[in-house]
Write a protein that binds this ligand. Structure first.
Ligand SMILES: NC(=O)c1ccc[n+]([C@@H]2O[C@H](COP(=O)([O-])OP(=O)(O)OC[C@H]3O[C@@H](n4cnc5c(N)ncnc54)[C@H](O)[C@@H]3O)[C@@H](O)[C@H]2O)c1
Length: 353
């Protein structure tokens, strides 16, 4: 990338806008799920550096946050970088998405940033791919779910559904529940426009939805548990707990719990974190998704299974680098000329500059 012969050079700096990201990833659901699976394995094998995410919060805007996720990958994909993602839930009332993000890719040889990618799409994509990978892996020991339900129906729910459909899942019933009837209606409209097979039902309560789904996706913006009744899970569904803070500890204590990364997930008042605080131990954790992938953990068919993914920066890097490589190969990279201007340590020859 930057090593020409024995000399190391400053890489060009590119900007990849959201439209390009979306066009590049469209229809690649299976490829992205495979890449996310490989990345989990590299992470588990130690071919990554993924320090804790840093949460920037604001006393005057308590619902807002911006999170920094620095990471480094050294598996088959080699790249360093940073995701910088804002969550401003009040945006939704103004009709614009809650989350916005950029991803910076850094060259592992020189450290130079070589790309800035629009990253709300990359983030939603890797989140959905991770959830769908978990759905596939965690249902291998039970009949494949035929009834899916979405609690919280914003952008992430739409991406999870797109990834389920794009990797061959089809359901007899699709349940929808959201505190906002506009969101529920909007999601239903999306499902209908997408030609989703099966019966679509909008549920008035989370209880109705959970009781009538074998695969439950939580993608709300709830800051604290709003689901407390273990009895709602008596049919032992598989739960993709993408939004991390919906379930009370007693639900987790009655379930098989799989996370993406233990240290990451037991932070920031996630439901697993609350469960650790309540019990004083981590015995309720069954393992990581990488443990399931590698057969170190098998999931019994007669228990509720909860996947709580904190969301790892290495996944953003892997998907971001895929987008960058595909755009580069297509000859469509938009380079910002002269972005790194001061590239000679002692100045340019023949002038003050
Ligand atoms: N784990 C990860 O890797 C990861 C990655 C990206 C996003 N997320 C999380 O996914 C969640 C959804 O993100 P989004 O961009 O789709 O948000 P969004 O704002 O577009 O949609 C969230 C929806 O949840 C609804 N909602 C809020 N509280 C609810 C409740 N108690 N019951 C039912 N519905 C409720 C809202 O009305 C809204 O329609 C966020 O919490 C975000 O942090 C997780």
């Amino acid at each position: 990338m930057t090593v020409a012969g024995a000399s190391v050079t400053v890489p060009p700096f590119a900007v990849v806008p959201g439209g390009q990201v979306q066009r590049t990833l469209a229809g690649r659901e299976k490829q992205v799920v495979e890449l996310v699976e490989a990345t989990y394995r590299w992470h588990a094998a130690g071919d990554s550096v993924n320090p804790p995410s840093y949460f920037l919060r604001f006393p005057d805007r308590p619902t807002a946050r911006i999170i920094a996720l620095p990471a480094s990958l050294s598996g088959d994909v080699r790249v360093d970088g940073l995701k910088w993602i804002s969550s401003f839930p009040a945006n939704v009332a103004a009709g614009i998405p809650r989350a916005s993000a950029v991803l910076i890719l850094n060259d592992p040889v020189t450290g130079y940033p070589f790309a800035c990618l629009e990253s709300s799409i990359i983030s939603a994509t890797r989140t959905a791919a991770s959830a769908v990978l978990a759905a596939d892996q965690l249902t291998r020991t039970r009949p494949r779910p035929t009834r899916v339900g979405f609690v919280g129906t914003g952008l992430i729910a739409r991406y999870v559904h797109t990834f389920l459909a794009g990797t061959g899942w089809s359901f007899d019933e699709v349940g929808v529940h959201d505190l906002s009837s506009d969101s529920a209606a909007g999601f239903r409209g999306y499902l209908e426009r997408a030609g989703t097979p099966g019966r679509i039902t909008v549920h008035d309560t989370a209880e109705q939805l959970i009781r009538s789904s074998d695969l439950v996706v939580f993608a709300t913006v709830s800051a604290r548990p709003h689901v407390h009744a273990v009895s709602w899970f008596a049919h032992h569904p598989v739960v993709l707990h993408v939004s991390l803070r919906d379930l009370a500890p007693q639900i987790l204590l009655d379930a098989i719990n799989v996370v993406d990364d233990v240290e990451h997930c037991l932070k920031a008042d996630t439901s697993p974190h609350l469960t650790e605080q309540l019990t004083g131990n981590r015995n309720f954790l069954t393992g990581t998704l990488a443990d399931v992938l590698d057969g170190r953990v098998t999931v019994p068919p007669n228990r509720t299974v909860i996947f709580s993914p904190f969301g790892l920066g290495v996944l953003d890097l892997a998907v971001g680098k895929l987008v960058y490589d595909l755009v580069l190969t297509a000859g469509q990279l938009q380079v910002v000329d002269d972005f790194f201007h001061e590239v000679r340590r002692h100045g340019r020859l023949g002038g003050l500059r």
